[in-house]
Design a protein around this ligand. Sequence first.
Ligand code: CTP
Length: 403
Amino acid sequence: MSILSGKNILLGITGGIAAYKTASLVRLFIKSGANVKVVMTPSSKDFITPLTLSTLSKNPVYSSFTNEEDDNAIWNNHVDLGLWADIFIIAPATANTMSKMANGVCDNLLLATYLSAKCPVYFAPAMDLDMYKHSSTLQSFEKLNAFGNTMIPATSGELASGLVGEGRMAEPEDIITFIESDILGKLPLRGKKVLITAGPTYEAIDPVRFIGNHSSGKMGFEIAKAAANFGAEVVLVTGPTYQKINHSLIRVIPVTSAQEMYQEVHTYFETTDIAILSAAVADYKPKEVADQKIKKKSSALTLELEKTKDILASLGEIKKHQYLVGFALETNNELENAKGKLKRKNLNLIVLNSLNDKGAGFKSDTNKVTLIDDSGEIIEFKLKSKGEVAIDLLSKIISQVNA
Ligand code: CTP
């Protein structure tokens, strides 16, 4: 699966003959799992129809500030379009549009959207060879680069004019590869292996019963997603959960019991750079597991429990280069208990969840955490969605690992 999967891609098309290739470009973006919207300059419609692009992108195509054919004109909101985009790519980018972008001109919807967009912007120039080399064009390239936009250089070949030289828009496949590798190359966890545990564990009593807990796995899955989106290769060892995840950089290893989780975690730990253990592992398991379903006989049943292996502590004992993160769920004396756990289990960082905080906990979509690192630095966050908490956590880890 592509790194573009699930991303909102806004394709800006300007009036050059290479615009005909954007049909393939839209198809390839869709194939990579991205959501695509298209914004066109008026002159680009001479080269490719909005209907083609709308059909391929499965979205309306925008080219003017209002829907002119409608008496009750609808305003096409360039600000919303710009903010919707995770990536804005202008392809083909004509000399005219690039010059306007470079100078803050916004006399059409595409240009107004460009000024509104906060996301990374790519532009793929296409023009005749002499236009491509003109000082004015080179100045536009320079200015756009200085704005932080990324150029996807044109290639050499036969041009629409019949001349041969530089100025052909990069082929759609190459545009996709360029953007994918550019994103991956800029990601702070690129090349890092991250091991994550999530969810509860189930400790069998007999073939049909178990001891478990209410952990939903949400927090661990959000951490896995955020780590992969930062470019890490993730191994997610998870207990039974309804959470689903589909990401090319995430390998999911389902387990049931604490012992299985222990084994899988130890299989991957040696080659791991960062281990984040967020699973709610059962602390105790039945000493004996009955082969057959236990029949109700007497009025009371006593189960003898024994301790499970503490996975986090076992990693703390063997860790070398690994950055090790644990979680602590505390009800009293929170900071002191968490600090104690950090030391005892030889961690680099501990994530403290307080059960005293409303909205924090097993089944909720939000969490309130405090991060404590091994230098004693404490960062307290407000109540946030688990997705945001995952990003806060990984940002802290990245700042330490890449320091
Ligand atoms: N953990 C683990 N293996 C276990 C138990 C816990 O890896 N068998 C990990 C959890 O994933 C979490 C951390 O240890 O990252 C904290 O677990 P917690 O149950 O809060 O702490 P304990 O050390 O078990 O201490 P206590 O139950 O006394 O609070």
